[in-house]
Design a protein around this ligand. Structure first.
Ligand code: NSS
Length: 432
């Protein structure tokens, strides 16, 4: 195939002849002139076909085009201030590459079940591509943030022999002669080992949880970025989080203006996302919730509704720190000032989005950690290597995990996280 131009580059090609390939978005025709909008993934382009300027085959083709037909067009790029991108194409020839009869997703409203069943086609819509582009920017911003700060990327295994987070949500599979393997719920434990080797590290990949809940915040496969830092305590950890979240949001405000407009996202609330973030202890959070009329008691975990209520009191993300030990994972460091709590924090996003980060200082005392592993009834043998980190040069260290989908949903202002991953996996969805 001959080289073709990308729509994104056309404003620099005014006056030149180009060939383009793409898919039909809309067509409109009068007796003598037809307007065709195509998209190629990099943008949208209006193509103008004047009957008197083209051969009969091109004119006939233009009249028969249907939604999502793939086409090749060529002609001259002209300035047109009313068009998206400020240019249009004066068509000289047009050919169908792949017909598309009865594209199932049209202009009318469809239910979400209908759309998710056709996710492979729905992805082509303006809204879905805008979301994917914001996600792309978020992922790039994450990588840049850590690269610029000398963190080393360490890829952690997805097939693991030990429980990372909790036994309740494990996907397991038979693993040859070695018994059961679990799909990773987190890369954290391995990132801790890597932090003792490299100092500042992060892992970034898909994680898996057999979530049986059907909420707008849970997927069974989601992406998480997990930094782990030697010599950071819980306070340092929260400072890194607020700097990180502010950075990612600022990058999207700077580079995703068009996408946020397509999504109708009010930028005001995102512009307030500037460090430092307010911090309230778990105890204070319970008191605030009770003052708001909740009957939640000390010792209970904060559910989605409680998180929403708390976050509503602030104009930027808020940290809730030092939760009761009994509602948190085994690896969190006991709070020396109050052994019923652990040195940890969640970061709750505003506007009803709730928890986007869970983080903690890690238990660095060998015997306390072993005690917690036993208390939780976890198989000691599987954690031998993890305990070794406390036997050979134990070190104060902290880290956190930021859920990519929850963050993208919040930045896009999309209510349900299933819409911000190309092919969501949920309890009720494995297709397409
Ligand atoms: O369970 S977390 O709170 N924490 C961890 O996994 C730690 N091991 C991270 C660490 O310290 N390295 O999950 C972290 C974040 C949480 O705040 C959410 O944003 C996201 O991961 N998360 C999810 N997103 C989508 N779907 C599900 N099911 C989900 N579970 C957690």
């Amino acid at each position: 195939m001959t080289a073709t131009a990308l729509i994104r580059h056309l404003p620099g090609l005014i006056g030149q002849s180009v060939a383009l390939r793409g898919w039909v978005v809309t067509t409109r025709s009068s007796g003598k002139i037809a307007f065709l909008v195509i998209r190629d993934g990099t943008g949208y382009l209006q193509c103008v076909i004047a009957k008197q300027d083209v051969d009969e085959a091109t004119w006939e083709t233009s009249r028969l085009l249907t939604l999502e037909t793939s086409v090749e067009v060529s002609g001259e790029i002209r300035e047109d201030s009313r068009s998206p991108g400020g240019v249009e194409l004066g068509v000289e020839s047009l050919a169908t590459l792949g017909p598309s009869a009865d594209f199932p997703i049209g202009k009318k409203e469809h239910g979400t079940a209908f759309l998710f069943e056709r996710r492979h086609l729905w992805l082509r819509s303006r809204r879905q591509t805008a979301i994917m582009l914001v996600r792309h920017e978020v992922v790039q911003a994450i990588r840049d943030f850590y690269y610029e700060r000398d963190f080393v990327l360490v890829d952690t295994p997805l097939l693991t022999g030990a429980v990372g987070e909790s036994t309740g949500t494990l996907f397991e599979t038979e693993y040859f002669d070695l018994g059961k393997a679990y799909l990773a719920q987190t890369g954290q434990l391995y990132a801790e080992a890597a932090a003792a080797a490299l100092g500042r590290v992060y892992c970034f990949g898909p994680t898996f949880r057999a979530e049986k809940s059907k909420t707008r915040r849970h997927l069974t496969e989601f992406w998480m970025v997990e930094p782990e830092v030697a010599w950071y305590d819980s306070d340092d950890n929260m400072r890194l989080q607020e700097e990180f979240v502010s950075y990612v949001v600022a990058r999207c405000l700077e580079r995703c203006k068009a996408e946020l407009d397509i999504l109708g996202r009010d930028r005001g609330p995102l512009e307030s996302v500037v460090a430092p973030f307010p911090r309230i202890s778990y105890g204070e959070a319970i008191q605030r919730l009770r003052d708001l009329g909740s009957d939640i008691r000390w010792g209970q975990d904060l559910g989605g509704d409680a998180e929403t209520q708390l976050a509503q009191q602030f104009d930027r993300p808020v940290f809730v720190y030092n939760y009761p030990r009994d509602v948190k994972a085994f690896y969190m460091k006991q709070n020396p000032a109050d052994p019923t709590t652990v040195l940890c924090n969640d970061c709750l996003a505003p506007e009803g989005y709730g928890e986007i980060i869970g983080g903690s200082q890690r238990e660095d005392d060998h015997d306390l950690l072993l005690g917690r592993i036993r208390e939780e009834g976890l198989p000691e043998k599987a954690y031998g290597w993890y305990l070794d980190l406390r036997k050979y040069g134990t070190f104060v260290h902290s880290g956190f995990g930021l859920g990519v989908e929850r963050t993208v949903a919040w930045i896009c202002g999309v209510p349900h996280i299933r819409e911000v991953i190309a092919f969501p996996r949920m309890m009720t969805r494995l297709y397409p």
